[in-house]
Design a protein around this ligand. Structure first.
Ligand code: E4P
Length: 225
């Protein structure tokens, strides 16, 4: 089970890494737009320096024809390093590019996946992650859990090196449902992880334990005893 941060915000990434078990960062043009008019490669290099060499960084292409998708993937790998995952939308042109990039040993994340057939084709074309757009699927009345369940049950076809990365989350229930239906990775906005720990019952439980401790031990803590 893996969590990634679906953000390009440097502060959120820095803080997120301190608190949560994060193994990578995913971006797309809309996520980067939220950071304003930043220099594309400079900003992504900053993210890489924050997350270090071991965590994965996923960067999306913007061209829509195979030749230019491949050129962008080459530039991304050249500027950001071999270990960068290139995100390619699963369109006809995207799939054509994915097939070629796989033969060149690129790390590829298939993105904009709404259907099982998209994921199956991407898997067989050689991607390492399939980014299934959970909330966007629900918005189109597509059964996101079913798509994730079906794709995760087909992973044997990828010879073990492909994973289902669920993405596009708007609430915690979508995340836990994606995992329980077979996603091995969820990429989530920082704010949603905060929400996951912000249930008032958690704070109330901690407060009650503290009150009971103070009733017996006063201001002393365990490290004072
Ligand atoms: C990540 O790979 C996706 O690009 C992202 O989660 C999409 O999120 P959105 O549907 O909130 O734009």
């Amino acid at each position: 089970m893996e969590f990634m941060l679906d953000t390009a915000n440097l502060e959120n990434i820095t803080q997120g890494l301190e608190i949560y078990p994060i193994i990578g960062v995913t971006t797309n043009p809309s996520i980067l737009k939220k950071e304003g008019k930043v220099d594309f490669f400079e900003h992504l290099a900053q993210i890489r320096s924050i997350i270090g060499p071991e965590r994965s960084l996923h960067v999306q292409v913007v061209s829509q024809d195979a030749k230019h998708i491949i050129m962008e993937a080459e530039k991304i790998r050249y500027r950001l390093g071999e270990n960068t995952f290139v995100k390619v939308p699963v369109t006809e042109n995207g799939l054509k590019a994915i097939k070629f990039l796989a033969t060149e040993n690129f790390h590829i994340t298939a993105t904009a996946v709404y259907t099982t057939i998209q994921g199956m084709l991407a898997m067989l074309a050689g991607v390492r992650y399939i980014a299934c757009y959970y909330n966007r699927m629900l918005n189109c009345d597509i059964d996101a859990s079913r798509v994730i369940h079906e794709l995760s049950s087909l992973l044997w076809a990828s010879h073990g090196d492909c994973q289902i990365m669920a993405a596009s989350f708007k609430n915690i229930n979508e995340i836990t449902t994606a995992f329980s239906n077979g996603a091995s990775c969820c990429t989530v906005p920082y704010e949603l992880l905060e929400t996951g720990l912000s249930n008032p019952s958690i704070a109330n439980a901690v407060h009650d334990f503290d009150t009971d401790w103070v009733a017996i031990h006063g201001d002393s803590k365990i490290y004072d005893l």
